[in-house]
Design a protein around this ligand. Structure first.
Ligand code: CTP
Length: 405
């Protein structure tokens, strides 16, 4: 519900402006007050009369209107709103926002806003893909402007591809999430693996790796924050168990696999653990002793690949299986190969070369590799990666993703 929430809706020029009329109705049905600004171009697509009738308020369109300024003023227009929404947000409006222009009422209100800003872009697919638009979007992302859509499908220009404005109900859901913290993964189950595994050599020694568990734990926390019932299967780490997450503590890869299988069925599985690829074939029951100077020979056996096993379950395969690829060279190419070999849906590839500080550090540079292509994420903290991933997961499981989280 959006009772008593105040939305400042900026309608810019695009054929999708007709959907804004329905959007206003949907917002009003939920109890929101909607005040609208129309750009000059918007009025070529829908009439101010329709917008005013549906919003039950006057339409603001003129930066220089003495009457409007004396009644409310352009600064108060955005200050009095709980959220500023640009829908449709045309390529032109996005460019003007990125440049910080304030040459009409819409851009002035956006520049003067101290409230969350959400945009619902729409444009022709070539315009969307153009480096200028993509760079403007990246600028807005970096400033915390949130985005819903665009989706892909038939475009008004007759072409098919990215650029369709999100549907009114998707936009409403995005607004509800921003304003009421609606938990988009309520009712969903998630499984996350984290940390290293420890493979015993004897009762006091083991082989393991440097994984800190920071990324896996942050992902479990982010999924739980969105309301998912989250099971975190983790090897030994120093990380505190995130609030609202069920921890299953394990040591070996075999234990991790068993705990993961026991957690099924889930909607999404994120395998962030650094599972030891090998174990000692037969761990000694008693502590190995130095034997007259001759070191013991340790025979290794390969561990089960948990990611691949979960991704190949026949009856209870999670809808979304996500793996990580820790690589030191040819990061994306190796991740692509891993995606196919392990039968998962997404691989988050990260560069763990010495010097990047990824292992044990707080930052991560991620490339999201899926069959359809690669998304390069900027350098982020592991918590930011987790939030963005949780948002993408919520989007993929049927809710609109918001960028940045
Ligand atoms: N993984 C797993 N079980 C294993 C090994 C890896 O579930 N026994 C998962 C990790 O959690 C990660 C992904 O597989 O999500 C990739 O791990 P990585 O160490 O990069 O790949 P490897 O399988 O070890 O492949 P390679 O050594 O060839 O890079």
């Amino acid at each position: 519900m959006l009772r008593d929430r105040r939305i400042l809706l900026i309608i810019s020029g695009g054929i999708a402006a007709y959907k804004s009329l329905d959007l206003i109705r949907r917002l009003r049905e939920r109890g929101a007050a909607v005040r609208c600004i129309m750009t000059v171009a918007a009025k070529h697509f829908v009439t101010p009369l329709s917008v005013a009738s549906l919003s039950e308020d006057k339409v603001y369109d003129d930066l220089w209107s003495l009457t409007d300024e004396s009644e409310i003023g352009h600064i108060r227009l955005s200050r009095e709103a709980d959220l500023v929404l640009a829908a449709p947000a045309s390529a032109d409006l996005i460019a003007r926002m990125a440049a910080g222009l304030a040459d009409d009422l819409a851009t002035t209100a956006l520049l003067a806003s101290d409230k969350p800003i959400l945009i619902a872009p729409t444009m022709n697919l070539m315009m969307w893909a153009h480096p200028a638009t993509q760079s403007n979007l990246a600028t807005l992302d970096a400033r915390g402007v949130m985005r819903v859509g665009p989706g892909s499908g038939d475009l008004a220009c007759g072409e098919v591809g990215s650029g369709r404005m999100a549907e009114p109900l998707e936009i409403v859901a995005a607004i509800e999430q921003v304003l009421t913290g609606a938990k988009r993964l309520v009712g969903r189950r998630a499984l996350v693996t984290s940390g290293p595994t420890r493979e015993p050599i004897d009762p006091v020694r083991y082989i393991s790796n440097h994984s800190s568990g920071k990324q896996g734990h942050a992902i479990a926390a982010a999924l739980a924050t969105l309301g998912a019932e989250t099971v975190l299967v983790s090897g030994p780490t120093q990380e505190p168990t995130p609030a609202g997450v069920k921890l299953v503590a394990v040591e070996t890869a075999a234990e991790m696999l068993a705990a993961c299988e026991a957690a099924l069925p889930v909607d999404v599985a994120v395998m962030a653990a650094a599972v030891a690829d090998w174990r000692i074939e037969t761990a000694a029951l008693h502590k190995l002793k130095k034997d007259g100077g001759r070191p013991p020979v340790l025979r290794l056996a390969e561990n089960p690949d948990i990611l691949s096993r979960i991704a190949q379950r026949s009856n209870d395969r999670p809808t979304l299986v996500i793996g990580f690829a820790a690589e030191t060279n040819e990061v994306v190419e190796n991740a692509r190969i891993k995606l196919g070999r392990k039968h998962c849906d997404w691989i988050l590839a990260n560069d763990v070369s010495l010097g990047t500080g990824t292992f044990g550090g707080d930052r991560n540079t991620i490339h999201l590799v899926e069959a359809a292509g690669v998304e390069d994420w900027p350098v982020m903290t592991k918590r930011e990666v987790a939030a963005r991933l949780a948002d993408r997961i919520a989007g993929s499981l049927g809710y609109p993703p918001l960028h940045p989280p």
